[in-house]
Design a binder for this molecule. Structure first.
Ligand code: ADP
Ligand code: GN1
Ligand code: MG
Length: 375
């Protein structure tokens, strides 16, 4: 990225001290994340600066409105709960010198700055069940703390983001159009997806019938969107708040299963390693229900299915992007989105194979953590 631009962005926010350097940071697929280093009277400070991906988020002004409300509400909840270290447990935006929390550069790109959460880091792969439980509890608690967010309803920063039917039809369209001539290389994956079409309408229809409620959810609970304290190991702070908006709790739980229940990376090429670990799944159930104890029996009944669905849907999205020529997710090698898709589909099969056992785990977990929404 242009160093002059980075200098300009660093100067555009109310950051005390002298700018030292800026460099790329993190492994997200969507935004450009930069860490800016400052010297504040001899003390080195770090700041996270992000350029919002305009082709993914059509309305950055509304997005920033959401994010500002959500972070402020989290902060208040933490203060009310009197937890230690509240400033490391919720993201905090840094004001822009021109007012508000965003800086718009001469190309019309939107930038924002976060306080750096020091002594914490994200993990792309979960290696212990304790970490799985902690991450799930953090996302559950994040949702709990937003349940009483005063109106108006949050903006939908990406309309129909988790609409599995829309995702399925987009894949069908991309396969028909085959703009990059990649159809033949992924026939097997398309067949695996098309055979599972019946799955895509289930949660949508339960929601339409009023059986599962709309809540304020994170919607991108990939496990690397939580920062773990490097000393205590605690899942400290939920990040990547661009998609916090109305959604189903099941989407949040499902994406945790997708990203944390197999000890493999999202783009693992050795598919024999991609396998859901039931004990880790149990840890996710336990953690999530501890963090979000209000989940209703109807939601609990879909926890296993939600893991299957979210894994299938993200597999569909990777495959669609592969067919379209890698225009959405950042890739690091040719065929990367196809590799990611294959790993997702492998995990879908693993969940299907173990489904009965997982349902039993959920039933046991739900018994340990009864629904506290009722009288
Ligand atoms: P993306 O939408 O591209 O995934 P994220 O908001 O998740 O972007 O940020 C990318 C990475 O930057 C994260 O995985 C995390 O490692 C790091 N990060 C983001 N915000 C902070 C922060 N406030 N403090 C420390 N690290 C952060
Ligand atoms: C993207 O931003 P990041 O990398 O945390 C994507 C998610 C996908 C995920 C797959 C806004 O998440 O929906 O599940 O990649 N975010 C957006 O790794 O599309
Ligand atoms: Mg992220």
């Amino acid at each position: 990225m242009d160093p002059e631009r980075l200098r300009e962005v660093a100067a555009a926010f109310e950051i005390p001290g002298r700018w030292v350097s800026s460099s790329r940071f993190g492994s997200g697929h969507i935004n450009d994340t930069i860490v800016a280093v400052f010297d504040d009277g001899g003390r080195t400070t770090r700041w996270v600066q992000q350029r919002i991906n305009r082709s993914v988020f059509a309305d950055p002004v509304k997005l920033m409105e959401n994010v500002a409300r959500v972070t402020e509400h989290q902060r208040r909840a933490l203060l009310r709960e009197a937890v230690p270290d509240p400033e490391r447990r919720a993201l905090q935006l840094v004001p822009a010198r021109g007012g508000g929390f965003a800086f718009v550069d001469s190309d019309g790109e939107y930038w924002r700055t976060w306080r750096f959460v020091e002594g914490a880091s994200s993990r792309d792969v979960i290696r212990t069940r304790t970490d799985a439980r902690r991450a799930a509890e953090a996302f559950g608690r994040f949702q709990t703390r937003l349940a009483d967010l005063p109106g108006p309803r949050l903006h939908e920063t990406i309309p129909r983001f988790h609409d599995a039917r829309v995702r399925f039809e987009s894949l069908v369209d991309a396969a028909r159009a085959d703009v990059r001539g990649r159809f033949d290389s992924c026939r097997a994956e398309l067949d695996l997806v098309f055979a599972r079409e019946a799955a895509v309408d289930r949660l949508l229809s339960l929601h339409d019938k009023g059986a599962v409620p709309e809540r304020i959810t994170h919607n991108d609970t990939k496990v690397n969107n939580v920062l773990f304290d490097e000393v205590t190991g605690e899942a400290l702070c939920v990040i990547d708040l661009d998609t916090v908006m109305p959604g189903l709790a099941l989407y949040d739980f499902g994406d945790l299963v997708r990203t944390a229940a197999s000890p493999t990376a999202e783009d693992e090429r050795d598919l024999s390693k991609v396998d859901l670990d039931p004990a880790t799944f149990a840890a996710l159930v336990e953690g999530y229900l501890a963090g979000a104890p209000f989940l209703t029996p109807a939601e609990r009944a879909e926890l296993t299915f939600s893991g299957l669905l979210m894994t299938l849907v993200v597999g569909i999205r990777f495959l669609t992007d592969h067919l379209r020529g890698d225009v959405y997710f950042r890739i690091h090698r040719p065929g990367h989105n196809l590799d990611r898709c294959r790993a997702q589909l492998r995990l879908v099969s693993s969940i299907e194979r173990q489904r009965e056992r997982l349902e039993a785990i959920v039933a046991a977990g739900a018994a340990l953590s009864p629904d506290r929404s009722g009288p």
